[in-house]
Design a protein. Structure first.
Lengths: 173, 347, 133
């Protein structure tokens, strides 16, 4: 079954890449420059954007779920899993919708994704902390997502353009 | 469109930068410094507050290097290392003055204050955060090494030495007060006339508040440090508090605090929970708060009656707050609901 | 399936709309979240001088244990309605645990070995400027 083997391989490679990116990002936290809990560049989102554009929504979802599960096994705990899954799923859904909007580029898609990710995290924090307090962080996080989203948007534009599906044998599908 | 986006980004960056900027203006310029085993919060007012805060930091760093027992290169460590070998150690002139002052407190309140208590402090583990209860024989042996008379200071030559080997100095009982005095001088030299220096609970109020009213300094309730027995109104004065309630450990149900009585080598049991000394001299306030905590209520009030340069707030084990006459107008007692009765001591 | 956004190289009007929506959401939230009453108590957690968290104690409804990250010794702080304390600390001195609950504006809990400061602030200003003790 070369086709499904190819699928499996590319999903695995992308999952590993996403995991590596999120670990790498944890090593150089943005919060050092700007102390805002939950602030990060969202490099792992690049992989989601790429998977949505070049593969399929289903594969993007699989990669995201695997990345969050593995990520919480590697470094975090169950709370971390709840945070990253809520944020990631919301971002995935919003970006899949935004990709279908006319007149929109990957910049807008990434900004929407970053904003959705932050919103998801804050929602998870609301649930975990049982208080409204984390909501205070949402407005500044949303403003920050304009910047982080634009940065990852720029990178993903390059990525999607320069790395077509070819290396992953798109022909076989 | 691209231009529009970049404008948008630049704008949001500006907004974000605004959020992170330090607040200056009527709230003053504040700085937090970790030094001398404590946290210092300095709040300065005036045009040159920023540069004065830098001078204060520099001065505190210099003092820490001078006074620290744990830094090998400090002058105190040099004195300790050469204890008993007869070598005269040259020290900074202000350190020589400080050592002479410590000896004078020792002489004024015999058995209540001794900066050569370090070997006993070490035995209890207070200096190393490895607590234990030393045995009686061990304490008796170590107390032999405790005597400020064997600290020889030559203020003219700016030298000092410890007469017997094994002796050690620890300036913990007056380092913060000394630092407050030096920081005050440093920022006054920069033209600051209005500041609040909080050196780990030793509060030095410089001038009055910007609106001309006195600084208001709450005195912690030693039995529940989230509450306050009262509030002092201070102008150009330091309030320094010693109590056994913050630094302590428990073993076999007994609580051992960190203020060691030089007479017994054990935590002072004087019937007092805390002593706050209010004085224009930060160094005197710091040293006396420790000495009078060890001395106890009666001796503390006797000493106050002979002196002119400080006032007291005492919290006693039998739930009284005793305030000396000079504070009658400037202390607001809030301890009634906390179960304290209020007394004013008169000359 | 062709996705128009994937092939676009330059930002389009849709991007502007998305950015504007995000800003609008932020502004609306900011307006909604402005402290309504003067009875707000906030605990700010500073690690080595940098703010690592801020919690609205007035909004806490039940006791909550929060382990802090990045401290030299493990620290767990406990948030309760209107108060905060260090519940557990791996530091040698335990001074921060001994400090107990902090429940009014201007109070601080300090753990020196961890360079941790938890300070309380509120819109109810305390009637003093500093605390001795």
């Amino acid at each position: 079954m070369p086709a499904s083997l190819g699928r499996l391989t590319r999903c695995a490679v992308l999952t590993a890449l996403a995991l590596a990116l999120s670990v790498a990002e944890g090593l150089v936290p943005l919060t050092v420059i700007f102390p805002l809990p939950g602030l990060r560049l969202g490099l792992a989102n690049l992989v989601t954007v790429y998977a949505l554009c070049r593969l399929s929504g289903r594969e993007a979802l699989l990669i995201l779920a695997a990345r969050c599960l593995l990520g919480s096994l590697v470094g975090g705990n169950l709370t971390a899993l709840a945070f990253s899954l809520t944020g990631g799923l919301l971002a995935l859904g919003v970006m899949a919708a935004a990709l279908r909007l006319p007149g929109t580029s990957l910049f807008g898609v990434s900004i929407a994704g970053a904003a959705a990710h932050n919103t998801g995290q804050i929602l998870a924090a609301l649930a975990v902390l049982q208080t409204q307090a984390p909501l205070v962080y949402l407005p500044p996080l949303l403003l920050c997502s304009l910047v982080t989203g634009a940065v990852t948007g720029g990178i993903s534009t390059l990525l999607v353009r320069r790395v077509p599906a070819a290396p992953f044998e798109r022909k076989s599908l | 469109m691209k231009r529009w986006i970049s404008f948008l980004l630049a704008f949001s960056f500006l907004c974000l930068a605004g959020c992170g900027a330090p607040t200056v203006g009527d709230v003053g310029t504040s700085g937090q410094i970790f030094a001398m085993d404590t946290v210092m919060n300095l709040t300065l007012f005036g045009e040159r507050a920023e540069s004065a805060l830098e001078s204060a930091r520099t001065e505190i760093t210099r003092l820490e290097q001078l006074l620290s027992r744990t830094r090998e290169e400090s002058q105190i460590s040099m004195l300790n290392a050469h204890a008993g070998d007869g070598v005269e150690i040259s020290v900074e002139s202000d350190l020589a003055g400080l050592l002479a002052f410590a000896k004078s407190v020792h002489q004024a309140l015999p058995g209540c204050f001794d900066i050569t208590i370090a070997p006993v402090m070490d035995a209890w583990g207070f200096t190393k955060d490895a607590y234990r209860v030393p045995g009686e024989e061990e304490l008796a042996e170590l107390l032999e090494l405790v005597n400020s008379e064997d600290l020889l200071v030559d203020e003219q030559a700016s030298t000092a030495r410890l007469a017997r080997s094994g002796m050690e100095l620890d300036l913990g009982a007056l380092a913060k007060g000394f630092a407050a005095g030096r920081v005050q001088a440093a920022i006054q030299a920069e033209g600051i006339t209005c500041a609040m220096l909080d050196l780990g609970g030793n509060i030095t109020a410089l001038g009055s508040k910007e609106d001309g009213s006195p600084w208001r300094v709450a005195v912690k309730n030693p039995q529940d440090t989230g509450t306050y027995v009262g509030v002092l109104s201070l102008t150009d004065a330091t309030a320094s508090t010693s109590g056994g309630y913050e630094r302590y450990f428990e073993e076999d149900g007994v609580r051992y605090h960190h203020i060691i009585d030089p007479k017994t080598g054990a935590p002072a049991q004087s019937g007092l929970l805390s002593v706050s000394v209010i004085s224009p001299d930060p160094l005197l306030a710091d040293a006396l708060s420790t000495a009078l905590f060890v001395a106890g209520e009666e001796e503390a009030l006797d000493y106050w009656r002979q002196s002119e340069d400080f006032e007291l707030v005492l919290c006693t084990q039998d739930n009284r707050v005793v305030v000396t006459q000079g504070l009658e107008e400037s202390f607001r007692f809030d301890g009634e609901e906390l179960g304290y009765t209020y007394e004013i001591a008169r000359r | 399936m062709r996705l128009p956004a994937a092939e676009r190289r330059r930002p389009g009007p849709g991007d502007g709309i998305i950015a504007a929506l995000v800003i609008a959401a932020a502004v609306v939230l900011l307006l909604l979240l402005r402290p309504a009453s003067g009875d707000v108590l906030t605990a700010t957690v500073l690690l080595d001088g940098a703010q690592v968290g801020q919690y609205d104690l007035s909004g806490v409804e039940q006791s909550f244990l929060l382990p802090l990250e990045g401290t030299a010794y493990p620290v767990v702080i406990e948030l309760q309605p209107g108060r905060v304390r260090v519940a557990e600390s791996g530091c040698p001195s335990q001074d921060c645990v001994h400090t107990g609950w902090a429940d009014s504006p201007g109070e601080q809990i300090i753990c020196l070995p961890n360079r941790l400061v938890i300070s309380l602030s509120g819109t109810d200003h305390p009637d003093f400027d500093a605390v001795t003790g």
